[in-house]
Design a protein around this ligand. Structure first.
Ligand code: MN
Length: 498
């Protein structure tokens, strides 16, 4: 993938020609687990500082880490979800550095022998384009505590609640070529993790953080020197950081300068990146195997058992929705973005052996329902309109009881009052008028009142639309538009397409 042909749309124009961005991401994903990687302390978010700290997490002398089997299974599950190599033997190493929120003086991580090797993530880009991003590895490691600098004017405080929480560091290959692809990668990775239930993907709570490696080069040329932006915690910021950083590097190179390999910090306040530490100051972590922990050896049977328990993942679900319901790639991609959305859609479209119009159902879920949920600040899980209720509305449209236009009005009322679609139709008298006699009478009335417009429309068929509007108005939107069009075309002497 690294040498895929550069796309014109991805290139950035500089003063001296085009440039290509090369991106690789390291994502830290917090493992969904009640207790920490090597201790039984709770991992729950939002607790009082230093209330979830065992002797191991506080690095008391003589403490001994004990591996959490569940965290290991979660890492294996994630590896399988990334179609990756599972390494039956992996090793925990000590990564040594000093920091006030790291009482051990080292982080237990995996260096030479990670639990998961090479895998792959597919990105669904606009226009049906697919980008394959290679996964280099996934390893398990401890999170550090948190330094708090805003609690006192003279002191810094340390909260060790996060100390020892299990993280999966997921390292991609440098296979992305635009901010858009990097955003799509984090979005897709998050979706996969949430389907698997191995990380909640909550970026505001820090459950998913990305280190972004950015370099630029002449299209297809040798790789440039990269800078790493650490701990970017929103998908929007990832895009902004990349765009700013690529521009900065291009400017330096075009003025004849060199890129210094360094770690930079993205500041969302001013949208800029700033140097944190250069390579010269880079840590030598002195990795060595942790003498307190034996190599982690998995049985193939356990890996097979976990593999058999995997849920249907987004790529497979998308392919199935496209083949079962003839949905477009676009609709299917939108629907599988969250498992709850896909479940909701399938509950609308399928009812025992009965299948509703899949495209109609998809539009109602992704356009009308999503639009309303966004406006009202709800999620699909808290939607006031259940899948069953929406299915009833779709049925009323499909069998011609109501028009698509009236359906939107009914949906609005369903959402706000909790009443069912059929109840609203009956009580509010919203049944569609398909009786051609009644529609013809309405058309005749409009034509009789506007003889000049009739003459104009006969000469210029596009003006017939005005009559359709008037008839819909006089029938409170209940006339079947198709029947109106047909009768109107006949009366004006136009083809029925007029
Ligand atoms: Mn790490």
């Amino acid at each position: 993938m690294q040498n895929r042909e550069p796309r014109k749309e991805d290139l950035i124009k500089g003063a001296t020609g085009d440039w290509e961005i090369v991106l690789g991401l390291e994502v830290h994903a917090q493992v969904t687990s009640k207790s920490k990687l090597f201790s039984g302390a709770s991992t729950e978010f939002g607790a009082e500082p230093n209330t979830q700290v065992s002797l191991v997490d506080a690095a008391m002398p003589g403490m001994l880490p004990v591996i959490n089997r569940y965290c290991v299974e979660q890492a294996v599950k994630t590896g399988l979800g990334l179609k990756a190599q599972i390494n039956l033997r992996s090793v925990f190493d000590r990564k040594n550095y000093f920091y006030p929120d790291l009482p051990q003086g080292y982080q237990i991580s995996q260096f030479k022998n990670p639990i998961v090797g090479e895998g792959v993530v597919l990105l669904d880009m606009p226009g049906g384009r697919t980008v394959t991003v290679g996964i280099e590895r996934l390893h398990l490691e401890q999170d550090a505590g948190k330094s708090l600098h805003d609690q006192s004017p003279t002191m810094s405080h340390v909260d060790l609640n996060r100390s020892g929480v299990a993280l999966m560091e997921i390292v991609s290959k440098p296979d992305m070529r635009s901010a858009e692809e990097a955003r799509a990668y984090v979005t897709k990775l998050r979706t996969i993790l949430r389907y698997l239930g191995t990380c909640d993907g909550n970026m505001e709570e820090g459950s998913l953080r990305a280190d972004v490696n950015v370099s630029v080069r002449r299209p297809g040329g040798p790789l440039g020197t990269r800078c790493e932006m650490t701990n970017v915690n929103s998908i929007r910021f990832i895009g902004q950081a990349i765009e700013y950083e690529a521009r900065r590097q291009i400017e330096i190179l075009e003025e004849g300068g060199k890129i210094a390999q360094e770690t930079r910090l993205f500041d969302p306040k001013d949208g800029e990146t700033r140097s944190m530490r250069s390579k010269e100051e880079a840590h030598d972590y002195r990795y060595f195997p942790d003498p307190d922990l034996l190599p982690l050896v998995l049985a193939q049977a356990d890996v097979d058992r976990i593999a058999a328990s995997l849920p249907e993942l987004p790529d497979e679900k998308k392919a199935r929705l496209m083949s079962d319901y003839a949905l477009s790639a676009y609709d299917a991609t939108v629907l599988v973005g969250e498992k709850a959305t896909a479940d909701y859609y399938e509950a609308v479209v399928k009812d025992g052996s009965k299948t509703r119009d899949p495209k109609l159902a998809a539009n109602w879920v992704t356009v009308e329902l999503f639009g309303m949920l966004n406006r009202e600040g709800h999620s699909i899980e808290t939607s006031p309109v259940s899948a069953k209720q929406l299915a009833e509305l779709v049925d009323l449209i499909s069998d011609g009881t109501i028009s698509g236009r009236i359906a939107k009005q009914i949906f609005d009322s369903m959402y706000k009052t909790g009443r069912s679609a059929s109840e609203i139709v009956e009580k509010d008298g919203l049944r569609q008028v398909t009786d051609s006699g009644a529609i013809e009478a309405a058309i005749d009335a409009v034509m009789a009142a506007n003889p000049d417009k009739v003459e104009q429309a006969k000469a210029k068929p596009a003006l017939a639309a005005w009559f359709v509007g008037q008839v819909m108005k006089s029938t409170s939107g209940k006339a079947n538009p198709q029947v109106v069009n047909e009768i109107l075309a006949r009366k004006l002497g136009l083809s029925s397409e007029g």
